[in-house]
Design a protein around this ligand. Structure first.
Ligand SMILES: NC(=O)c1ccc[n+]([C@@H]2O[C@H](COP(=O)([O-])OP(=O)(O)OC[C@H]3O[C@@H](n4cnc5c(N)ncnc54)[C@H](O)[C@@H]3O)[C@@H](O)[C@H]2O)c1
Length: 256
């Protein structure tokens, strides 16, 4: 089976743009940051973890990036991050809401605090970042927002009632924002991956890496670089007429 991953930067199509990527200190967010920087964007790595290694990786490749420490669950912290980005890189043109948590627990063991913790990051943080970064996009009449959801919204996975609910909410917000921001030249879309190999998923049950690919049309384990081509397209001018959509980049697991 062909096993090629389209992660090569093809153009400098994001030259002159400033991109904010949340949760970009590792995992999928790191791959997004590296790809957009390679295609010319100045990238702000927003994370509560140290983003210095990703920033160094981008600098070493000749790109432009800064790390901004933020707690995305705190509106004031997000507002301060927006100011820091504006000061150092200029107003953001591109916002990628990538940070998320995906604890796996049977519904009956989930406390309300645990339920809220999932929603506070996976949903409320998207509200905070939109409030912080949309005004600058509206002012310039151009913007791109991409929210990370999950292909688990299209199937039944045990132990994910809070996670799937939050990722469905992210799709709802994607559609709502797409509707309300279209007049400002801002598109809003969501990406739904399958199980992706990251440090966090690798710490979970190993059998998932056997099981999930068997449900996909393309039966290999997904890696972050499988997602970067779609992100690059969605935040480019080429995707100007694509909005409110959820793109399943999941090896054909959900055949919608
Ligand atoms: N990995 C997968 O299999 C998979 C599958 C479907 C969807 N997703 C979604 O993709 C996104 C990225 O997944 P990943 O596996 O790369 O995640 P990850 O755990 O590797 O990275 C998440 C990042 O978010 C940061 N973060 C967490 N809480 C934060 C907070 N309060 N403030 C600031 N930063 C915070 C973490 O420090 C971390 O760097 C998530 O939204 C996830 O739900 C992942």
């Amino acid at each position: 089976m062909p096993d090629r991953i389209n992660d090569r930067p093809m153009t400098r199509r994001h030259e002159g743009r400033t991109a904010v990527i949340t949760g970009a200190a590792g995992g999928i967010g790191r791959a997004y940051a590296v790809r957009l920087a390679a295609e010319g964007a100045a990238v702000a790595v927003l994370d509560r973890a140290d983003g210095a290694a990703v920033v160094k990786e981008i600098h070493d490749a000749g790109g432009r990036a800064i790390a901004v420490h933020v707690d995305l669950t705190d509106a004031a912290s997000v507002a301060a991050a927006q100011e820091e980005v504006a000061e150092q890189l200029g107003a953001a043109d591109i916002l990628v809401n990538n940070a998320g948590i995906y604890p796996n627990q049977p519904f009956e063991s989930i406390t309300f605090e645990q339920w809220r913790a999932v929603f506070t990051l996976n949903v409320d943080a998207l509200f905070h970042t939109a409030k912080a970064f949309v005004p600058g996009m509206r002012e310039r009449g151009w913007g791109r927002i991409v929210n990370m959801t999950s292909n688990s919204v299209g199937m039944v996975i045990p132990g994910f009632s809070h996670y799937v609910s939050s990722k469905m909410a992210a799709i709802g917000l994607t559609r709502g924002l797409a509707t309300d921001l279209a007049d400002a030249g801002i598109t809003v879309n969501a990406i739904a991956p399958s199980l992706v190999r990251t440090a966090t998923t690798e710490a979970g049950p190993a059998e998932l890496f056997e099981m999930v690919p068997q449900l996909q049309a393309i039966r290999r384990v997904q890696v972050p670089e499988d997602l970067t081509g779609m992100l690059s397209f969605l935040v480019s001018d080429a995707a100007a007429f694509v909005t409110g959509q959820t793109l399943f980049v999941d090896g054909g697991l959900i055949r919608s």
